[in-house]
Design a protein. Structure first.
Length: 271
């Protein structure tokens, strides 16, 4: 089954409309039912899907999906920190070349990851800083990965921050203090995903204190599926579950969360 454009679907859909600001829908886990998965997302009211690049191997699949669904899927370009190695400049040269083509909506997924391996921390920091500077030159937002590295990432963002820099702290799971540090930067949003449905994550409590005004929604599909699908493959059609959890945590209506997060995403990724 092929998905109609989000614009056409919006003529018929009457529920809340959402944007998934972070989904790796080109991943091989969707090879057997990608079109059906996209249809489920549209049926759930998800009108736009932003697809962050990971490395050189993910580019072709991302481009193909965005070319097939230009009103639904939107590409971003960056080198994920987990794919930064000793010879990362070769991969970054390709990222820079592609960014110059002007088809991308953000620089990402970029940042620092200290969860799996700290071997290439210096290279990750350099790669992150370079890509942040390219984003500023191109007036594009950045999509930040900061697993076990909030302070390392924030230090670079704070150092590079100016009136042109904006972006999202993807998969935000931090404390209220860290959330306020992000929002006080001026142009940055908190990416809220399935972790907010995890009872022991503490994210719902953080958002209850912080509020929804600076949030965007995401899935990180196929990873981090929300309850009741935790541990299974995630997909963009689960965005409403994230939205409902954020609504409950912040004592807002689902319509409020849809309106706030959609407006934030539209503003963040405007070209």
């Amino acid at each position: 089954m092929r998905v109609d454009t989000a614009r056409t679907h919006a003529l018929y859909f009457r529920g809340p409309m959402f944007i998934d600001t972070h989904a790796h829908l080109y991943h091989k886990q969707f090879d057997s039912d990608r079109e059906e998965m996209l249809a489920r997302a549209v049926d759930a009211g998800v009108k736009k899907l932003f697809l962050p690049n990971i490395d050189h191997e993910s580019i072709e699949g991302m481009h193909a999906l965005c070319d097939a669904h230009p009103d639904l899927c939107f590409p971003t370009m960056g080198l994920h920190p987990s794919h930064v190695t000793a010879d990362f400049m070769k991969d970054l040269a390709e990222v820079e070349r592609l960014l110059s083509e002007g088809r991308y909506y953000a620089v990402g997924e970029i940042g620092i990851d200290l969860y799996w391996d700290k071997t290439f921390l210096a290279q990750q920091e350099e790669a992150f800083r370079l890509q942040v500077r390219w984003a500023k030159e191109l007036a594009l937002p950045i999509i930040i990965h900061c697993r076990e590295s909030f302070h390392e990432v924030f230090s670079i963002v704070e150092d590079e921050n100016d009136s042109t820099l904006r972006g999202v702290f993807h998969c935000f799971t931090g404390t209220p203090e860290q959330a306020r540090m992000v929002t006080e930067l001026g142009g940055f949003k908190l990416g809220i995903g399935g972790v907010i449905t995890f009872q022991k994550s503490g994210l719902a409590q953080t958002m209850r204190e912080v509020g929804a005004e600076h949030c965007v929604l995401e899935t990180d599909a196929p990873y981090l599926a929300p309850v009741p699908y935790r541990g299974k493959r995630n997909e963009s059609g689960y965005v409403p579950l994230v939205a409902q959890a954020l609504a409950t945590a912040t004592e807002r209506s689902l319509d409020d969360i849809a309106r706030i997060t959609t407006a934030n995403a539209e503003q963040l990724f405007a070209k």
